[in-house]
Design a protein around this ligand. Structure first.
Ligand SMILES: Nc1nc2c(c(=O)[nH]1)N[C@H]1C(S)=C(S)[C@@H](COP(=O)(O)O)O[C@H]1N2
Ligand SMILES: [Mo]
Length: 552
């Protein structure tokens, strides 16, 4: 069934068969390409001529049929019972760069697996997990995606893929490091991350995948870096904690793991700039234009900050702020820093962690390896990564990010009249929700429609309701919330939500809107303009997605 091109109706049904969602996410990439044909690779010369032939055919408007016919020929040739033919043209050879150009249905969808190149354009509509998901892999390797979704690692899936083979990858030239590049040691990243800036690396979880996972897979967790990712040797790493007597306590990673009980918390992290793109559309703030994906959820494991502070001699009734410094710095040596109120750090209900684990794995380098702060319910910026130092004092952190950034201002405040001392640093976040599916500008089928998204509030306030409108806010439906049970006042994790709706016959377009309400009955502002601010932070307005409705 999957091999045949489905009807439009069939597509609608397949599109909604989200079997991907039901599967565990934490899986390992296929070990090898056992099925790869054993035929010899062609040489550059004859591969080149074959490729020219295919390209010329494509240029003559025969592309699809010719390539498919070519694919059929290869498919037959690759069948195991057929001995690998000595004759017959070898596959053309492509570079990764050439494959990367085929990254959409308009330019045809190519992917690689092992050293083989496939043109899967004619399969994308039939993808049981949905077209939007398979297109994330367009132009690149399948392995990082198959590592997330185990069901692909099956013979019948490989069988389908085999039928679409159109070429082989040319041997890779090692990447050339730029001399003196401070980002040269940055880690490899998952290709599905939606990149905002490369250096420093800032990328969001692809919105199509947000509602697929209650716990965001580590590789897809959003990344928000101000500087190069520090290279840390876990064996020599030490956390410096200033004790209440003024001395410094130095803790190794082993100390943190052995001397303090491990505590686990499921918490959502959201950047203050999440959904800034909508603010930029009103008036550009010239800051990172985040979509809805600067937010992710994970199960964190580590020592409780309050246990470490108690060991350093602090008492629950003490006052002030707990200041953190990271190991990452700019070229002048300024390190990233931020602080949280001492009360939050010491509260038995605060659940603030010095985390060394994320979803049962060690922290990825991008997310703060080997140790980071997780201050649940509090804006991302205070969750300091690559934690080097903790101090306690009467003042907040004097860092730029505590004093001159991550503060909320009136829309009337400009860069000419801003007084940074006039606004408190953001700590607890306001209630937030967003639609992750369908995406803006999508074309949906009439009939059944599934709308998905997330909802979360800061300060441990549980989201009690999500309202969704399909007509721009005139009428509303209640979405179905899903998430794990959370303690009152300690609801640190988001809830995913879903609305199964019906698109009435004759509908041409729809304005889908969502808004959430938290346990304190806080709700979201209706529009963005009245909360626009020079830093482009705290966009918690109703989220709106405009879609068109296709024909049945
Ligand atoms: N040391 C350090 N900690 C940091 C940052 C940073 O650049 N350096 N970025 C902060 C910001 S603004 C956010 S939103 C979160 C992002 O965490 P993530 O990259 O794990 O998603 O980390 C915070 N902690
Ligand atoms: Mo952030």
């Amino acid at each position: 069934m999957l091999l045949s091109k489905p009807s439009r109706n069939g597509f609608c049904i397949l599109h909604r068969t989200h079997w991907l969602r039901e599967m565990p996410w934490r899986l390992h990439p296929p070990a090898c390409m056992a099925w790869t044909t054993s035929r010899n690779h062609g040489t550059w010369n004859d591969a080149g001529s074959t490729r020219r032939r295919v390209m010329v055919a494509a240029g003559a408007g025969l592309g699809l049929g010719t390539i498919l016919a070519y694919g059929d020929h290869r498919r037959r040739a690759a069948e195991p019972e057929t001995p690998a033919p000595a004759a017959g043209p070898p596959f053309p050879v492509f570079t990764r760069k050439e494959v990367a150009r085929h990254n959409s249905q308009a330019s045809r969808v190519w992917v690689t697996y092992g050293s083989d190149v496939f043109d899967i354009t004619d399969f994308v509509e039939a993808h049981p997990g949905g077209k939007s998901k398979i297109l994330l892999a367009a132009g690149g390797a399948l392995e990082p995606f198959w590592a997330l979704y185990a069901m692909h690692k099956q013979e019948h899936v490989l069988e389908i893929l085999r039928g679409y083979k159109v070429g082989e990858l040319s041997p890779e030239e090692p990447p050339q490091p730029t001399p003196g590049d401070p980002y040269a040691e940055d880690p490899q990243r998952h290709p599905a991350l939606r990149i905002n800036t490369l250096k420093p690396f800032n990328a969001e979880t692809p919105p199509e995948l947000i509602a697929e996972n209650y716990l965001t897979p580590n590789a897809l967790f959003f990344k928000r870096n101000h500087f190069p990712v520090p290279v840390v040797d876990p064996a020599t790493y030490r956390l410096q904690v200033q004790s209440s007597g003024g001395r410094t306590m130095s803790l190794s990673l082993q100390d943190l793991k052995r001397r303090f009980p491990k505590h686990e918390v499921t918490a959502t992290l959201q950047c203050a700039g999440n959904r800034r793109a909508e603010m930029n559309a009103i008036k550009n703030t010239n800051r990172l234009g985040w979509g809805v994906g600067a937010i992710s959820n994970a199960r964190w494991g580590g020592a409780l900050l309050r246990d470490v502070l108690a060991e350093a001699g602090y008492k629950p009734g003490d006052k002030g702020h707990v200041c953190f410094e990271g190991l990452d710095k700019d070229q002048s040596g300024t390190v990233y820093g931020a602080s949280i109120p001492f009360k939050k750090a010491m509260s038995p209900d605060g659940d603030v962690l010095l985390a060394y684990e994320m979803n049962g794995e060690e922290l990825p380098r991008d997310n703060g390896f080997p140790l980071r702060v997780i201050a649940p319910g509090i804006v991302g910026a205070r969750n300091v990564k690559w934690l080097a130092q903790i101090t306690v004092g009467p003042e907040e952190s004097q860092s730029h990010w505590q004093q001159k950034d991550y503060k909320g201002f009136s829309p009337s405040v400009t860069w000419d009249n801003v007084d940074f001392s006039s606004a408190p640093a953001i700590q607890d976040m306001p209630v937030q929700s967003a639609i992750t599916e369908p995406g803006p500008g999508a074309c949906v089928c009439p009939g059944e429609l599934t709308v998905k998204g997330y909802a979360w509030s800061g300060g441990g306030r549980r989201v009690i309701r999500v309202d969704v409108s399909l007509d721009g806010g005139k009428s509303w439906h209640m979405a179905k919330l899903t998430g794990k049970e959370q303690l009152p006042g300690r609801a640190w994790a988001w809830q995913l939500w879903q609305l199964d709706a019906c698109v009435p016959e004759g509908t041409k377009e729809m304005d889908i809107v969502c808004k959430a309400v938290d346990a304190s009955y806080n709700d979201q502002p209706n529009t963005v303009a009245p909360i626009w601010n020079i830093l482009g932070v705290l966009n918690s307005a109703w989220h709106r997605v405009h879609v068109s409705v296709g024909e049945e």
